[in-house]
Design a protein. Sequence first.
Lengths: 523, 36
Amino acid sequence: MPFVYLLLFIGALLLYVAYLALALPAGAVLAFVFCFLGMPAAYLRGLARVLVRRDPAWLARAGPARWPTAPADGDPAVLQYFYGPAIADADHAVRTAYRDCRGLWRRCAAVVGSAFAGQSIVFTAPLGVGGAIGMAAGGVLGGAAAAGCACVHLLTVGVSAVVVRAAGAALRFADSAVLRVKNIRMSCPSCGEGVPYPGYECPDGPRCTRRHRDIRPGRLGILRRRCQCGKPLPTLLLFGSAGMNAFCPRCGASLEHQPGKAPETVLPLFGAVGAGKTRLLFALVTQLQLWSQGKQEPRFTVEFADAATTSKLEHAGELLSPDSVTAKTPVELPRAYLIRLVTGSSTRVLQMFDPAGELYYTDEQIERLRFLNQAHTFILVIDPLAVPAFWDRLPADRKVGLDETRAAAATPDVAYQVALQRIEALRVPLRRSRLAVVFSRADLTDQPAPDIAAWAQDDLGLGNLVRSARLHFGEACFFHTAAVLADGVMHPSIPALLRWLLAGDGIDPPVAPPIGAPGGPHE
Amino acid sequence: MSDRVEEQAYRWQRRSMFAITIAVLIALLVLCALLA
């Protein structure tokens, strides 16, 4: 009998060894596969939850701890995904995966631990030992695989961020290049400052009143940005941002003329108080309208580019009758009159500034005239009756009725010199600028000699002014004009002046006058 | 700004990132299999 028991024991022992030979590797393989595949799977599952599923209830429980915040003084738009949120999402995915992997590990450990308890420990322990070995190996390799997945994701985010940021910089450069090629430089008609790029109101107005000061590609959007109200905005003039309501990022004034669509020409008038600047401006605008309404050049059209200009200049022609007196310009920072000229396929916006003469007399006042820095063509208006030498030589019967209308302030020479000094102090590049010296009231005085500059020197005693204009400015041209519209016909001096002004920007108005015609230019 | 606006703003970028990440992982696995 003992021999039989011994044989049975040896048999059972051999069976158990065989069981061990199967159970240990089986437990190890199972635990290894579970951990090795489970950890990267947990990472990918976490990534899908963070990037695709976005379950609100889950996000409320396990939302990202570190979410980027836009600067407090920045525009009211959502951050571009690759300027912070992508990294926050990657961080969120890694932390989610880490938490899930730890959960997986704990579940594995619990299963392995349970193999060493209970009544059938003899049979379950080998599985537990194998599971522990497989768990350790699978955990190491699975962790490495999950880390590899995280690295691939982070690398994808990093490369995408670099590509997106480079694309943004390239688009900014392309937009600036297009503006430069089209010779588009913008300035504000209200404050006169140069506008590097207009700000834009949210296109969802009036429901949303948020304003975006700089919509160009950057941390708030590359091709487009999203306002905090949810409405998307194009980020560049190339993509049609000019169609939105623009405003000046410096002063906040509305820019109705859709800046950026067409080149702008700033035309400031200056001269002594009462020299006839406003009346000349009315005449220039009326002449543009006459050209636009004329049949000889249907390609030339003129329109007021904003409501403020329309309300002030709509009836400019009615103020140009010989008997009408132009109201005094208020002594305040002027707003430009905006006129859009369309000649064939090209468009240009004229910004005409008509400041009160007093604004040129003091440093404090003239420093506010920022539009002078944006101008390349200036219009100096001189009332010849304000020149004492000329006035004194007039016969008494000619002075009747003129005394009330002549400029009473500083003489033109003094007014010009003071203004010139102030303009030079603003570092305006005068040598690259053009100056139209316009003697007004051609209807009230005798027609001067064909050479207006010589007339100004000899008869008006303005030799210093003439020489200074020719010395300081790249080009100076002299005109004698009458801002008078009689029977629907403008004095011929106005179209001549206007042609010279527009020629500087390559604009070709209808029908050029014959050389030497009355009122024509004299170099 | 509501979360809804951000969710809407980032939807396609997030999905693109997920798709690209999965595509790169699959490509790496295929490459490893081919090299092996």
